[in-house]
Design a binder for this molecule. Structure first.
Ligand code: DAH
Length: 347
């Protein structure tokens, strides 16, 4: 009972009411914390009261201390309640702010596709691998010997002018044709040979259908008794798989130094079925590759006896095949990296 008479100080009576009022006004956890510190912190009102204990008569101190403790407990309870309320309020507003619409369609991760040249190259490899061809890749920097001389195109041969060559140093160049791979393979491997050699080639040439760098696919078959009929049969199979089941091929006489006889191969136009249309310029045929029977001299240059073995070779531009197959008008589309163009080749 005695305790009731112990006053905490003239204006301490409504500390609780004051704390209650300020806590109610606090608009955030941070503000509430600051208010709490004003009462319960190291420099707060409770600490101030305890410091004032010195001025109180010794016999009253225990009772005073008890009162201050009771007050502290009350305040702690009061702030705990406000903190809980504040937490809940803030959580609610956070949830409202961060509300997500789970029915909204997601953003799909964009998937890339193979470049049309890579695709076409792969399709060609698949077709010829099915006929037993193996892939052999030669170097892009070649010697004049492999690119020209061994292919029966000596230094003064006019056929060297057919291909505008990028020379690197005396005797070395960027290969102008994958035909160089024929020589490299025949030097390494004895017949029977069934080789496919895809790769980049380079020529100083630039217009709607020519580019200084493009891709070729070379084919070479060497064995006993190989004839031009084998070449045509294989090309028919290639055209039917690559373009249309109704495709036909036609051979026209031509000239390449490394083949004798040489032919240019046309495929019936898949766009009009051979009737004639703007794509085939009304002829019904489209030229797709060069080919021929491997020239005896080329076989001899590689140590293959031309009286025992014969062979055929062919070479095609991968860009040209892709342009025909997909109806692409300009060769530059392949290297411009326009996503709108490339996106059309996704699976
Ligand atoms: N190398 C020739 C060129 O780039 C294409 C070619 C024609 C390759 C006839 C051959 C072939 O293997 O037999 O124009």
């Amino acid at each position: 009972m005695e305790d009731e008479n112990i006053q905490l100080g003239p204006d301490q009576g409504d500390i609780v009411a004051e704390a209650q009022q300020e806590a109610e006004q606090a608009s955030s956890s941070r503000a509430l914390y600051e208010t709490k510190m004003k009462f319960l912190g190291r420099t707060g009102k409770i600490t101030a009261l305890l410091k004032g204990m010195r001025e109180i008569a010794a016999e009253n101190r225990p009772a005073f201390g008890k009162k201050v403790n009771a007050l502290r407990e009350k305040l702690e309870e009061l702030f705990a309640a406000h903190e809980a309320r504040m937490k809940e309020k803030e959580l609610k507003s956070k949830l409202a702010r961060e509300q997500i619409d789970v029915t909204m369609p997601g953003r799909k991760a964009k998937k890339g596709g193979l470049h049309p040249i890579t695709r076409t190259r792969q399709e060609l490899i698949d077709i010829f691998a099915g006929m037993g061809f193996e892939v052999f890749e030669g170097p892009e920097i070649e010697s004049e010997y492999y690119n020209f001389t061994a292919l029966n195109t000596p230094a003064d041969h006019p056929a060297r002018d057919m291909q505008d060559t990028f020379y690197i140093t005396e005797g070395f160049l960027l290969r102008t044709q994958t035909s160089a791979g024929q020589i490299r393979l025949m030097e390494q491997k004895k017949p029977p040979i069934k080789m496919l050699s895809p790769g980049r080639v380079f020529r100083s040439d630039d217009d709607a259908t020519h580019s200084p760098m493009f891709h070729q696919m070379e084919g070479l078959v060497v064995d006993k008794g190989i004839t031009l009929c084998d070449l045509q049969g294989m090309l028919d199979e290639f055209a039917r798989t690559m373009f249309s089941s109704l495709s036909k091929t036609r051979l026209r006489p031509s000239y390449f130094p490394f083949t004798e006889p040489s032919v240019e191969v046309d495929v019936s136009c898949a766009a009009c079925g051979g009737k004639g249309c703007p794509l085939c310029k009304g002829t019904g045929w489209i030229e797709v590759l060069g080919a021929g029977m491997v020239n005896r001299r080329v076989l001899e240059n590689c140590g293959v006896d031309p009286d025992v073995y014969t062979g055929f070779a062919f070479g095609m531009g991968i860009e040209r095949i892709a342009m025909l197959k997909y109806g692409i008008g300009h060769i530059r589309s392949f290297t411009e990296n326009d996503v709108r163009f490339l996106e059309q080749f996704k699976d």
